[in-house]
Design a protein around this ligand. Sequence first.
Ligand SMILES: *[C@@H]1O[C@H](CO)[C@@H](O)[C@H](O)[C@H]1NC(C)=O
Ligand SMILES: *[C@@H]1O[C@H](CO)[C@@H](O)[C@H](O)[C@H]1NC(C)=O
Ligand SMILES: *[C@@H]1O[C@H](CO)[C@@H](O)[C@H](O)[C@H]1NC(C)=O
Ligand SMILES: *[C@@H]1O[C@H](CO)[C@@H](O)[C@H](O)[C@H]1NC(C)=O
Ligand SMILES: *[C@@H]1O[C@H](CO)[C@@H](O)[C@H](O)[C@H]1NC(C)=O
Ligand SMILES: *[C@@H]1O[C@H](CO)[C@@H](O)[C@H](O)[C@H]1NC(C)=O
Ligand SMILES: *[C@@H]1O[C@H](CO)[C@@H](O)[C@H](O)[C@H]1NC(C)=O
Length: 496
Amino acid sequence: MGFSCLVLVFVVQQLFGQSSAYLLIHGEPTNYVSAVGDPGMTNPNVRVALEAWNFCNEVGFEVPNVGSPRWADCTDLYCSSDSVYLGGGLVNNGSQCRVLHKVNETDNRLGAGDKFPIMGFESYADPDLFAKEKELYLGSLCEVQESPNPWQFWMIMVKNGNFDKNTTLCPENGKKISKIVTDRNFPCFGEGCMNQPVVYHKYSMLGGNQKVYLTGEFNGTYDLDANLGENVGNNSFFSVSWRKNTSTGSWIFSHRLTTSTKYPWLMLYLRADATEGFNGGYHYNGRGMLKKLPESPNFMVRLTLDIKLGGGPNSQFYLLDIGSCWKNNGEPCDGDVLTDVTRYSEMIINPETTSWCRPDNLVSCPPYHISPTGEIIYRNETDQFPYSAYHLYCSPGNAKYLEKPYDICDPYSNPQSQELVQILPHPEWAVHGYPEKKGDGWIGDRRTWELDVGALSSRLYFYQKKKKKKKKKKKKKKDTTEISRLMQINSYLFIA
Ligand SMILES: *[C@@H]1O[C@H](CO)[C@@H](O)[C@H](O)[C@H]1NC(C)=O
Ligand SMILES: *[C@@H]1O[C@H](CO)[C@@H](O)[C@H](O)[C@H]1NC(C)=O
Ligand SMILES: *[C@@H]1O[C@H](CO)[C@@H](O)[C@H](O)[C@H]1NC(C)=O
Ligand SMILES: *[C@@H]1O[C@H](CO)[C@@H](O)[C@H](O)[C@H]1NC(C)=O
Ligand SMILES: *[C@@H]1O[C@H](CO)[C@@H](O)[C@H](O)[C@H]1NC(C)=O
Ligand SMILES: *[C@@H]1O[C@H](CO)[C@@H](O)[C@H](O)[C@H]1NC(C)=O
Ligand SMILES: *[C@@H]1O[C@H](CO)[C@@H](O)[C@H](O)[C@H]1NC(C)=O
């Protein structure tokens, strides 16, 4: 079976941001191959999907009349004359072009139990199973044939961080349990708090003035009783819209996320998922944008990020979030949720985020740090360990040989055990193109980042069963993932 992997291009929490991005893999330093289906994001056609996850990355229950929480906007632009194309997906005269939606409202509204309109896709009454099949179906409508591998869409993911401990919807470190007993706190206003959102879709259409391009939007709320007009009021709200930059032709994705009293912890990501195989934190085969799986140390990510508004000290914002999956013995994941482990690494750039890893709190630090020259510095070497380079580290719940002191990552917010390395701007990471200090790249400091993600990832500690010590991290597919749940740990912070 495939393994996992998706790159999160960036993640937004409770704030507004815009970005455009791509990801490169290199063999030789000057010899780049794009891993994403649309290098430089210059394609005129739209390939965007949206998925919604409950606390443990499943569906649980669909919202009546909304369908299964998988939607797509896959839109092609056809122009009658080549002379109108300006490059980068821009055209100078939209009246010579027509717009074709490859996914229509009937497709987007499919819900558990519905028959798929074409052969080859199985319907399920179980909303979790139906959603993963719907993603494959939408992928088939959106697929762009390209040699050697096809690709499907960018994936927007929204996740509701509410968790009702009275239910058995979520397993514990991958194990199905009949009752949840934990003293961890999670937000939940009462029965039904783990609902999926209502989603509105502005199908891509022609926009722009002198230069014309496709533009569209998904938005929605978790507050099912909200009557959203133009005015969001005090309701939860998320929105992702896309349009072209009229000078570069690159896609600009604009994100907005707002929590509410009932939904104090929400997550919004834009992801480049693998086109095949499991994505980090998700135990079903998915669809995406990455035709090749990036492997450390040879991959770079280039993206422009312009943050408009922050969400306060209790919100995180990832410059980049990577989610991947491998077992504690180093083998690739195979869908066995008891032994698979999702690994996340995230660079948080909200300057209000503090370091939980401190000399007096080693439990939130990785056992050691690897310096740029490869030197290993243990967390108890207090005059050398760069505590402020880490927000927190936590260990997988199914690890058997953990070094004390340790903290187990939240056992409920992924279908399997997870491990999390959250880092902060610091000179230790700046050598790879990452922010050097708090505030770098934050509001008013729009930047184009060229991140040597592969090199940095090779320096992050991830748990591996001791025993026969394999040669250092052979296949650290740490590439990517969706990180999402990393915030689980902070969940309680979101309750104002
Ligand atoms: C755009 O194309 C239409 C139809 O071919 C034509 O009538 C119109 O003059 C063109 N407009 C511009 C600004 O070129
Ligand atoms: C969507 O497309 C399918 C065929 O691809 C068609 O049967 C259906 O009527 C369309 N629905 C809408 C709302 O256009
Ligand atoms: C869970 O059950 C307890 C005991 O019956 C109850 O007090 C609590 O309100 C329930 N919580 C939710 C979220 O329904
Ligand atoms: C959400 O999207 C719908 C459909 O495009 C749009 O009519 C509505 O104005 C948007 N809501 C907000 C608050 O922007
Ligand atoms: C939102 O909440 C604030 C504070 O509770 C309140 O003053 C305000 O009237 C509310 N706004 C709306 C539109 O309900
Ligand atoms: C478009 O790209 C150019 C060049 O990178 C940049 O200066 C400009 O601000 C971008 N426009 C928008 C709306 O982001
Ligand atoms: C520091 O940690 C290392 C690795 O866990 C251990 O071998 C060493 O004894 C510790 N040193 C001190 C001073 O505690």
